[in-house]
Design a protein around this ligand. Sequence first.
Ligand code: AKG
Ligand code: FE2
Length: 316
Amino acid sequence: MNAIPSVDLKDFVSGDSQRKEKFINEIGTAFEDIGFVALSGHFLSDKLVEELYSEIKKFFNLPQEIKDTYEIDGIGGQRGYTSFGKEHAKGKKEGDLKEFWHFGQYVEDDPKLEAEYPQNVSVNELLNFNIVGKETFKMLEKTAKYVLRALALHLNLDEFYFDKWIKNGNSILRPIHYPPITQEPKNAVRAAAHGDINLITLLMGAHGKGLQVKNHNGDWVDAIARPDQLMINVGDMLSRLTNNTLKSTIHQVVNPPKELWGTSRYSIPFFMHPISEMPLNCLDNCIDEKHPKGFSDITAGEYLNERLIELGLIKG
Ligand SMILES: O=C(O)CCC(=O)C(=O)O
Ligand SMILES: [Fe+2]
């Protein structure tokens, strides 16, 4: 049985108030409980998804010397390529068994933010990679915007509460390649147990085994989506903002059984971040006698900085 509830974004955008309400309740309840949903009815077309996988496979198949030219010093892996084994989960020494690429925000009409963010890196060898990456970024950002509108209503906020914080937000699209495993890994897994930093994560590529989510009993449950679904989860920023009303659930990507060591895994999370000035101070309507304020006040920018240091991506 799949423990992760399914929702359909078409309900929310249908124009039918009952279907809209149904979506808000379903996603709100799931995020207060397991912290994950599998979502269909998003804005990615099959053609775009197919092209994206094809471009990503081509990129990770480039010779290592070429990929290395896209690993840029001094930007903490925020754009371009991060090589195998570099990122480790909070509190872990061993690097994850993965390499990845980062597409960042395509800032519109905001010179200050354009100066604040590192520039996107273009792959000269694969022109379509850059185009398809940008289009996917935009479609996932649009999907995430509607999901956050539903969550705002669930939290008794204005429907458009998040809109101004996520416009030109510091979001990241991260195609990940977990290469074939060639020898018994020493205490390393594809992605060690972690919570995501950001507001919400939209994950493409969770339709094979690998991703596991820790439930309230402390058991790991498989999180598998249908091919037409994105896996969506709450990140630590949204958990802080809601004083843990919405749960940022620990998850991991386990190594496959030995007979499948020879296969790669490709997954593509979109980490929805707000602009750095967004306060993550616990919302008043999420604090009461039973739920005292559990987190100190902090902005999204300050919080991100703390977390990137813990991941080994930037120096403190
Ligand atoms: O590869 C996956 O399926 C999940 C990756 C993940 O959890 C992450 O990058 O934060
Ligand atoms: Fe994650």
